[in-house]
Write a protein that binds this ligand. Structure first.
Ligand code: PBE
Length: 304
């Protein structure tokens, strides 16, 4: 660890010297903008000018492409992958105390496991006051009033989701984590289900993407729909596009994984009038560029 840190300091110093040699710094003291740029320049080099992204259909990928443009980061590349690949790379980087820049979001277990920070986004490319919404297909209210009413009521906090996400991350099967969460939050579950008439094995389809936050929420909904309300639920794991088109086209009954107003704005513009928005199931969520706290930059502007 110690050796790595020393090496990184040397690389940082080399970057500063290089920049000075090129005449790009004004020769001003520490804390000046020039110092910040030198740090960022070396980080760019150290991470090969790569921002580690997730699945291409995710809204955060579109927002990041837009951030690259709006902040003038023409040297930088956004790498496609998946949520799981991104967290695996983050884990590796943190263990080696190496810099890494990822597309991140809250709620996510990674903020409990690692010391991370969002880079400031003065241009608000990643939006403000983001929420996760539940969407239902048109006609669900008439066809399955019990499921509809339950999905309409369902709303939880990022701390509540965080507990369940951490359990899954610690190795618990998502279905078992859902049961454990429901068993230990009986009052919450009752507030969503009380007075509803259970059905007798009716089928229901939910769609979601394999983002850790959505794995948690969808498994919880499935557990409650099956064990408290009598449904037989199929939870379809798909890409973001099909998640939206499934509900819009009526093949899927609902999803609890729509990030609005910004992250999934494109999908909303295309499909919003072909489905029913049941409102937020969580407020105060967030997306952005995230780095381990030991990375010496604070704003997306520092990447330039
Ligand atoms: N996310 C998590 C998704 C929504 C949920 C932020 C990665 C996205 O970017 O589309």
């Amino acid at each position: 660890m110690k050796k790595t840190r020393n090496l990184m300091m040397l690389v940082g110093l080399a970057g500063t010297l290089l920049l000075s040699a090129c005449g790009q710094t004004g020769g001003t003291g520490a804390g000046s903008n020039a110092g910040g740029n030198a740090a960022a320049g070396s980080i760019g080099k150290q991470v090969n000018y790569e921002i580690i992204g997730i699945d291409p259909g995710a809204g955060i990928m579109k927002a990041t492409a837009s951030a690259i443009e709006q902040y003038g980061l023409s040297d930088w590349k956004l790498i496609e992958g998946s949520g799981a690949a991104m967290t695996a790379m983050l884990d590796k980087a943190v263990k080696a105390e190496k810099p890494i820049i990822i597309t991140g979001w809250t709620p996510h277990w990674m903020f409990a496991k690692y010391d991370l920070k969002y880079l400031d986004d003065p241009k608000k490319v990643y939006g403000e006051a983001e929420e996760i919404h539940t969407l239902a297909r048109k006609g669900l209210k008439e066809d399955q009033p019990t499921a509809y009413e339950f999905l309409d009521r369902f709303e939880w906090t990022s701390d509540e989701m965080g507990d369940m996400m951490t359990a899954i991350q610690d190795g618990q099967d998502p279905a078992a984590a859902a049961k454990a969460w429901a068993d230990s939050h009986e009052d919450r579950v009752n507030s969503w289900t009380q007075g509803l008439t259970p059905v007798n094995g009716d089928k229901l389809k939910l769609s979601y993407v394999a983002w850790d936050s959505e794995i948690a929420s969808t498994n919880l909904l499935k557990y409650i729909l099956e064990n408290k309300l009598g449904y037989k639920v199929e939870a379809l794991q798909v890409e973001a596009g099909p998640m939206w088109t499934g509900v819009a086209g009526g093949d899927v009954d609902a999803t609890a994984a729509a990030w609005l107003p910004l992250t999934h704005a494109d999908y909303w513009d295309k499909y919003g009038d072909q489905l029913e928005d049941l409102g937020p199931n969580m407020t105060g969520v967030k997306t952005g560029l995230v780095v381990p706290s030991y990375v010496d930059i604070n704003s997306i502007e520092d990447l330039k």
